[in-house]
Design a protein around this ligand. Structure first.
Ligand code: SF4
Length: 384
């Protein structure tokens, strides 16, 4: 159990030196101490602090709120690819751009369940399903299929997440009733920069969907993409936006743009590593109880770089065969990497805020599915 005093949690102004003397080796159980009144200036000052100081501070906060040995492993499946009417300028699935991604219909239920079973067998405790469309309007039968998928995957004891575009409050309620754990709807970037990236859906529409999800009692997964051409102020603006929500999102994905030929951002320069690290560390300090998810683009980071991201507060990865449209690190590689760094997989519903929203559903049928991910020393050696 988490034994750090409440007063220690309440003030993130405590100096990093003092925080470091209160390192806890066990996971926290409270969201007390999260602030919703950060100013942009405060966040910018954190972001601008010397990088190693920032990482040190973030690592200390991380140990106050999370078990630093635990990484959540999630597997993502695209259940409906391409042909999307939106114009997100980074996305290969928009029908407005000429990319190699071909449009497909919503997949059937059984292949999804098969993929979820495989993910669980490999140690993933969260299974996410993504569909490329603006919203669920006119998709009654498709939505019913998705509700069945959600219910079945949840029945395996896994956390289940979907990303299906904009949602109405009623659709969010139905997803919750089906057993949905979390809903992903990224803000992508700051309010100011957003219109240069997407024009077919407003920032406020995104916030409306996030509100519907939160009001339905579903955990929120909302983060951004780095490398869109945004400035430091935009990265700070994104963190500011989520920090001022009534509840911090339970999950904050940090994606590094993987430029896709045929999209308007195909020639963007990759985000610099120290900028990625700075963003992760700042998010960790400002959103202390949130899971910071190292998402798309992780494959471009070597192991030492990933380890530094974990030190800076990242504590979730996507693992398996594929992200939505970009490559993913395979389970075996991730397991051996984690073993080398003394890391293990999180159990399902290990995050306190997610478990709280699950409430009475956390019965024997949803026992944690991965106590840890261990590999033999021999396996570790052979990967060195
Ligand atoms: S990011 Fe989502 S909403 Fe935007 S174009 Fe791609 S699939 Fe459509």
């Amino acid at each position: 159990m988490f034994r750090t005093s409440t007063s220690a949690l309440v003030s993130l102004r405590i100096s990093s030196r003092r925080l470091a003397t209160h390192v806890s080796q066990s996971a926290p159980t409270t969201a007390l101490g999260t602030r919703h009144d950060w100013s942009k200036k405060e966040i910018q000052d954190i972001y601008d602090s010397p990088l190693l100081d920032l990482i040190f501070r973030a690592a200390a906060v991380h140990r106050q709120y999370h078990d630093p040995k635990k990484i959540q492993l999630c597997t993502l499946m695209n259940i409906k690819t391409g042909g999307c009417s939106e114009d997100c300028s980074y996305c290969s699935q928009s029908s407005r751009y000429s990319t190699s991604t071909k449009a497909s219909r919503l997949v059937e239920i059984e292949p999804v369940l098969e993929a979820a079973r495989k993910a669980k067998a490999n140690g993933s405790t969260r299974f996410c399903m993504g569909a490329a469309w603006r919203d669920l309007a006119g998709r009654k039968r498709g939505f019913e299929k998705i509700l069945t998928m959600v219910s079945e995957v949840r029945g395996m004891g896994m956390e289940v997440c979907t990303t299906l575009g904009m949602l109405s409050p009623d659709q969010a309620r139905q997803l919750k009733e089906a057993g949905l754990t979390a809903y992903n709807h990224n803000l992508d970037t700051s309010r100011e920069f957003y219109p240069t990236v997407i024009t077919t859906r407003s920032y406020d529409e995104r916030l409306d969907t996030i509100s519907a999800v939160r009001d339905a009692g579903i955990s929120v997964c909302s983060g951004g993409i780095l490398g869109l051409g945004e400035s430091d102020a935009d990265r700070v603006g994104l963190i500011y936006e989520v920090s001022s929500m009534p509840e911090h999102p339970e999950s904050f994905p940090v994606n590094a743009l993987v430029p896709i030929p045929g999209t308007p951002l195909e020639n963007n320069e990759p985000i610099q590593y120290h900028t990625l690290l700075r963003t992760i560390a700042t998010a960790r300090v400002v959103l202390p109880s949130t899971i910071i998810r190292l998402a798309a683009g992780r494959q471009t980071l070597d192991e030492a770089k990933q380890a530094m991201c974990f030190m800076a507060g990242a504590n979730a990865v996507f693992t398996g065969e594929q992200m939505l449209t970009t490559p993913c690190s395979p389970w075996d590689e991730d397991k051996t990497m984690m073993a080398r760094w003394g890391l293990a997989g999180m159990r399902s519903f290990e995050q306190t805020n997610v478990a709280r929203k699950e409430g009475s559903r956390l019965t024997a049928s949803s026992e944690p599915v991965a106590e840890s991910l261990s590999v033999s020393p021999a396996e570790t050696q052979s990967a060195l």
